[in-house]
Design a protein around this ligand. Structure first.
Ligand SMILES: *[C@@H]1O[C@H](CO)[C@@H](O)[C@H](O)[C@H]1NC(C)=O
Ligand SMILES: *[C@@H]1O[C@H](CO)[C@@H](O)[C@H](O)[C@H]1NC(C)=O
Ligand SMILES: *[C@@H]1O[C@H](CO)[C@@H](O)[C@H](O)[C@H]1NC(C)=O
Ligand SMILES: *[C@@H]1O[C@H](CO)[C@@H](O)[C@H](O)[C@H]1NC(C)=O
Ligand SMILES: *[C@@H]1O[C@H](CO)[C@@H](O)[C@H](O)[C@H]1NC(C)=O
Ligand SMILES: *[C@@H]1O[C@H](CO)[C@@H](O)[C@H](O)[C@H]1NC(C)=O
Ligand SMILES: *[C@@H]1O[C@H](CO)[C@@H](O)[C@H](O)[C@H]1NC(C)=O
Ligand SMILES: *[C@@H]1O[C@H](CO)[C@@H](O)[C@H](O)[C@H]1NC(C)=O
Ligand SMILES: *[C@@H]1O[C@H](CO)[C@@H](O)[C@H](O)[C@H]1NC(C)=O
Ligand SMILES: *[C@@H]1O[C@H](CO)[C@@H](O)[C@H](O)[C@H]1NC(C)=O
Ligand SMILES: *[C@@H]1O[C@H](CO)[C@@H](O)[C@H](O)[C@H]1NC(C)=O
Length: 563
């Protein structure tokens, strides 16, 4: 890496300036001074050394300076070499050759997180690559950079599907990686209507460039969750319950030099994802079909949804847009690529309470599905399979063709934020979870007495061993302590986009089926502060705080089973 202006200038006028302390070490800090005529400095025992900006990774400032005797901190210096802004804390003297890539105004780079127990083991068919993509106790930085006009267009035209090629630089604590020509677009549907936007990143598919083995990523804005922890808690719960899902970690996002905020980094399920999780990253792995249920296509007129109903032999009815195919189809997807999904729905439709567990097992990994439905209930997922036939994936594993693996995704309306009435989601009686008894897969599967008992057993075990205050709160508290300074930072940043009203056509579509009973008619909610969203009280029967939800739900479930 090259650095310009690498001249450690001593600007402090101090008589006691330490000299002759032996060899210098290298200081590295990620920062974004508000004006290009400002620079970044390290202040070592009261002596200020200007750092140089990296040419290729423009948020990184580095330079040599002595090892501190007492301590050091970073500062932003104006063009007259006066301190413009400074860290209000002192960092302990660093003895190595080169510091990690520290972040301006964050005193810690690696945090102590309390962990969640592994209640259920991951399934044996999962063979995930070892990867440093998600290190939950660190917050790396990612910078999308390129033509500013195009970055502005992407943000201004937030309701359109614009795609641009930008470069992306990842700043880990000990590594910096730049990817050229990354396809960047905005992601999400309802999440486009808020000023803090979410992004999809597609790294070039050819070649070995990947971020720790992954090429398709999402930067989740967490913009509808004032607690910032709902997605983190949901993904961590999936992991503890041995359910295959994306990993999750926090990341800071910049667009050129502009800070955009604190985000969640997740994986999207295009190649090489299936190879990464089922085949240890084998380049020759040929994935099976990975179907996505997304409720309905964007412009879909027919009232047919991704509820796994059998719609007869007319394959067109499977490709209206309610399902998508993520892997397994050729370059151009054909209606026939939905045949296998159709076969699965036909089986579900033919099943009844006499269908044996063995027969079910030929078509579905019932263990994982049961765990996933338990978490849907226990964490109050309101935009998922049971509630809204949305945000789920089904993988046809080539190693056991026709036996689907359920993969849940997209956990923003969970743990107390809801499209449904809160009392239905808080009920300790799983039968009252909206959709439980009407969705083809849950109603058929759990009409089998053995599988229903299994479901009840999983619900109770997960409540006792995971989804309760004693076990979850220490984890949540440690995550909150880590992200607290970044939340404050995030909230101080103006959004890159605007608030937009959800269009009427969208809401009209949503006022009829496919909703389960209990759907709210008014989705507007009173904005909550971070504290109210995390700890409560929310003073609302519509919304629960994260901790309020977990407390009430686990108590209700235990009371239900004690009856
Ligand atoms: C530095 O840049 C700011 C605008 O970004 C400008 O207002 C200020 O005058 C500049 N200062 C100097 C000394 O050039
Ligand atoms: C730094 O400056 C402050 C205020 O002038 C002084 O009290 C302190 O002793 C100095 N520290 C070092 C390590 O020189
Ligand atoms: C990406 O980086 C390369 C190499 O630094 C540069 O040539 C190219 O112009 C950059 N692309 C964009 C979109 O800025
Ligand atoms: C930046 O993008 C705009 C819009 O695509 C284009 O008109 C302009 O030529 C680009 N500028 C550069 C320097 O490539
Ligand atoms: C949906 O309709 C809009 C407006 O008619 C159109 O711009 C858009 O391309 C359509 N999207 C799809 C996926 O067909
Ligand atoms: C299949 O369904 C589509 C969409 O409803 C319809 O247009 C088409 O006529 C149907 N085909 C047959 C053979 O029924
Ligand atoms: C199974 O379903 C049949 C028909 O709906 C019903 O009559 C019967 O009571 C059910 N048996 C059990 C054990 O639920
Ligand atoms: C649970 O809820 C279902 C559906 O509302 C109801 O039929 C059942 O009686 C409830 N069970 C208990 C034990 O309350
Ligand atoms: C540093 O972060 C704190 C909050 O953690 C904030 O109050 C302060 O303004 C920040 N200082 C600078 C110079 O950014
Ligand atoms: C919807 O809920 C919000 C927040 O509770 C409230 O301010 C608004 O008046 C409600 N709108 C309707 C149409 O009831
Ligand atoms: C809830 O009500 C209490 C008591 O009136 C008040 O102190 C608190 O600020 C309210 N919280 C919210 C989120 O409105």
């Amino acid at each position: 890496m090259k650095f310009n202006s690498l001249v450690p200038v001593q600007v402090a006028l101090l008589a006691s300036a330490i000299s002759g302390q032996g060899k210098d070490i290298r200081y590295n800090v990620i920062a974004s001074p508000e004006s290009p005529n400002m620079s970044v400095a390290v202040v070592v025992d009261n002596n200020t050394y200007i750092l140089g900006a990296s040419e290729s990774a423009t948020l990184l400032y580095s330079g040599n300076a002595p090892i501190a005797q007492v301590g050091y901190h970073y500062a932003i210096v104006n063009s007259a070499n006066q301190i413009h802004a400074t860290e209000a804390f002192s960092r302990a003297p660093f003895q190595g050759e080169s510091t990690e890539n520290e972040f301006f105004n964050r005193s810690l780079s690696t945090h102590q997180l309390s962990s969640l127990p592994q209640v259920y083991k991951q399934m044996p068919y999962v063979n995930r690559i070892e990867s440093d993509l998600h290190i939950l106790n660190q917050i790396p930085t990612i910078q999308i950079w390129g033509n500013q006009t195009e970055i502005d267009m992407l943000h201004k035209e937030q309701l359109q599907d614009l795609k641009f090629k930008f470069n992306v630089t990842y700043y880990g604590l000990n590594d910096i990686q730049t990817f050229e020509n990354v396809k960047v677009s905005l992601s999400g549907r309802s999440s486009r209507y808020i000023p803090k936007l979410s992004y999809t990143l597609k790294l070039k598919s050819k070649g070995e460039n990947s971020l720790y083995g992954y090429k398709n990523l999402k930067l989740r804005a967490l913009g509808r969750d004032p607690s910032y922890v709902r997605e983190c808690v949901s993904y961590s719960t999936m992991k503890s319950a041995g359910i295959l899902a994306s990993g999750f970690s926090y990341i800071r996002v910049f667009a050129n030099q502009r800070p955009v905020g604190l985000y969640g980094l997740i994986e999207t399920f295009q190649d090489p994802w299936a190879a990464n999780v089922f085949a240890g990253g084998d380049f020759n792995y040929k994935p099976g079909y990975l179907y996505q249920g997304q409720l309905a296509g964007p412009n879909q007129s027919e009232h047919i949804y991704s509820d796994l109903s059998y719609y007869g032999e007319n394959i067109t009815l499977y490709s209206l847009g309610q399902y998508k195919i993520k892997t397994g189809a050729g370059k151009k997807e054909k209606p026939d690529d939905y045949r296998e999904l159709q076969r699965f729905t036909k089986f579900i439709s033919s099943a009844n309470n006499k269908t044996s567990v063995d027969e079910w097992e030929k078509h579905l990994d019932t263990i994982v599905f049961t765990r996933a439905m338990a978490i849907e209930d226990l964490l109050g997922f309101s935009d998922a399979y049971m509630t809204l036939v949305n945000n789920f994936y089904l993988y046809n594993n080539p190693k056991s063709p026709g036996r689907y693996i359920y993969i849940p995704a997209d956990f923003d309306t969970t743990i107390g934020t809801s499209l449904y009435k809160m009392d239905a989601l808080l009920s300790g009686n799983y039968s009252q979870h909206p959709g439980f008894d009407i969705r083809p897969l849950t109603s058929k599967l759990f009409s089998n007495q053995i599988l229903l008992e299994q479901y009840q057993h999983v619900l109770l075990r997960l409540t006792q061993q995971l989804i309760n205050p004693t076990i979850m709160f220490p984890f949540i508290d440690s995550v909150v302590e880590m992200i607290n300074p970044d939340i404050e930072w995030d909230q101080s940043l103006p959004g890159v986009g605007r608030s937009e009203k959800l269009p009427l056509s969208n809401t009209r579509k949503f006022t009829q089926s496919p909703f389960a009973p209990g759907i709210k008619t008014n989705w507007t909610s009173i904005p909550l502060t971070f504290d109210a969203s995390l700890n409560g009280p929310t003073n609302s029967t519509d919304t629960e705080s994260v901790k309020g939800f977990i407390t009430k739900k686990s108590a209700n479930v235990l009371a239900f089973y004690n009856k």
